[in-house]
Write a protein that binds this ligand. Structure first.
Ligand code: MLT
Ligand code: ZN
Length: 464
């Protein structure tokens, strides 16, 4: 293994001074995730400011056989950006690559470097009358490189798809330092392989994303937001069906919140839902540039009450009220992290099996650990549930995780809907994924990263 001093000396020869952090205090924020659940050590942290510099770093690390760990806004929930504890890996933070290279409102696209904060890109789009439709609670810190590398989902997938659906072009640096410039701005491009897909959602394990061209959409001029309570998840699904029929393609979010998720928000942030308690709550949003949305949305709510699908509810009468309703949803993750040690389960399921899954999960959890507290919420509109569990004692954590994932697998679901496998779920993916699929993934990894230096232990199994 190459020693730390040797790594630092070699990298100092290829990057500009000041680009390398070696002091343990300076490195600390790159070595622990924001929830403090994953901890690592590094030989050093490098902070390149250009694609050429990233390429030089990778070439140098490849020559020494030293592993690299790409690091974005550190908002991930699966430990994908944290190095192992060998102190032999190099963290590459892309935070200094933070230029918006171009924005074209007519062509509906933005060209941004990996370190651009998602919110900064959203604001640039908004200023041009457009919208970058990736909306996640951590958008104030998450970066473009991070959302591409994890194929981030979020609140508006129902209407606009995952990050993958918005990527038109990518610039990546391969394991040997080769720069591949695929920053195309085309809506239609069937010229051979769509190779950029290999780098989206694979957490830097096949190559490092240094910039992306993302699709924008026209910014809707009107939005309608409501929160309603429903008695069961089955009723929530029926209301989704009703909403898809009545407000149709304008539906941008259909979020499910359990009473316990809202109770955490109340306890830790003093924010309270302005409607009567129920078992489940829905946060529903529709958006359009055409007028008439308010009327259609009111009609939806009236019918939901007439058909006894909703038991109580409120439609936001102003932007401020709409934002206050959204704040309840957006504080759940932070409230959960203040409530104690929580296990994340980020699953997606066929819509019709969600109610039975939640019921069986509740019973199974009770049988394994009656003190464990479920915190269920998620993006019902796209079938993605966060089946999180707050534990006072972690002895049963593994059996809980396996039980949840088994319930998901038997229903044909996925154990990672939007957070990625990271280091957190890789073993579970290995356990539940058929051999042919694992071998195909292994083949791609060996081909693109023969020395296994790209983010080892994350997203894909290492090279055997
Ligand atoms: C969210 O939707 O708020 C996060 O993806 C879920 C989580 O924190 O578990
Ligand atoms: Zn989510």
């Amino acid at each position: 293994m190459t020693g730390r001093d040797q790594i630092i000396a070699a990298l100092s020869g290829v990057v500009t001074p000041g680009c390398i952090l070696t002091d343990s205090g300076d490195m600390q924020r790159y070595l622990t995730d924001w929830r403090r659940q994953f901890h690592g050590k590094a030989a050093c942290v490098v902070r390149p400011s250009s694609t050429g510099e990233v390429a030089d770093i990778l070439r140098c690390c490849a020559e020494m056989n030293v592993a690299v760990v790409p690091h974005g806004g550190n908002t991930g929930l699966a430990g994908g950006a944290i190095p192992d504890d060998s102190a032999g890996q190099v963290v590459i933070s892309l935070e200094r690559m933070n230029r918006i290279r171009a924005l074209d409102a007519t062509a509906l696209l933005i060209e941004a470097e990996a370190g651009v904060i998602l919110q900064t890109a959203q604001e640039a789009a908004r200023a041009a009358g457009r919208k970058l439709p990736v909306s996640i609670a951590s958008e104030g810190s998450a970066t473009i490189g991070g959302i591409v590398a994890t194929n981030a989902g979020g609140l508006n997938v129902l209407r606009y798809g995952m990050t993958r659906d918005l990527v038109l072009g990518l610039e990546v640096v391969l394991a040997d330092g080769t720069i591949v410039n695929g920053m195309r701005k085309l809506r239609k491009n069937n010229a051979g392989q769509d190779w950029k897909q290999l780098f989206i959602g694979t957490e830097g394990s096949l190559g490092l994303v240094t910039a992306a061209v993302l699709r924008l959409v026209p910014k809707p001029r009107h939005r309608a937001v409501a929160m309603v309570s429903v008695e069961s998840v089955d009723q929530a699904v029926s209301l989704l069906d009703m909403a898809l029929t009545s407000v149709g393609e304008t539906l941008t979010a259909f979020e499910l919140l359990s009473a316990s998720a809202l109770a955490h928000v109340k306890r830790h942030f003093g924010k309270e839902a302005p409607i009567r308690q129920g078992n489940w709550f829905l946060l529903i949003e529709a958006a359009s540039s055409l007028s008439g949305l308010d009327r259609a949305f009111e009609d939806l709510m009236t019918t939901a009450f007439e058909q006894a699908l909703a038991t109580d509810g409120v439609v936001a009468a102003s932007e401020a009220q709409a934002n206050a309703l959204w704040a309840l949803r957006e504080h759940i993750t932070e409230a959960e992290s203040r409530a104690g040690y929580s296990m994340k389960h980020d699953v997606s399921l066929p819509l019709r099996s969600i109610a039975s899954f939640i019921e069986e999960f509740g019973m199974a959890l009770d049988a394994i650990d009656p003190h464990a507290a479920p915190n269920v919420f998620g993006h019902l509109g796209d079938g993605n549930l966060h089946v999180n569990v707050i534990l006072s004692d972690t002895a049963k954590a593994q059996v809980i995780m396996q039980t949840v994932h088994d319930l998901v697998a038997t229903r044909g679901g996925s154990i990672s809907a939007e957070h990625g496998l990271g280091q957190y779920r890789l073993d579970e993916w290995m356990r539940l994924t058929p051999r042919a699929e694992r071998e195909l993934v292994g083949l791609l990894k060996r081909t693109l990263d023969p020395r296994a230096i790209l983010n080892p232990g994350k997203a894909v199994p290492g090279n055997e």
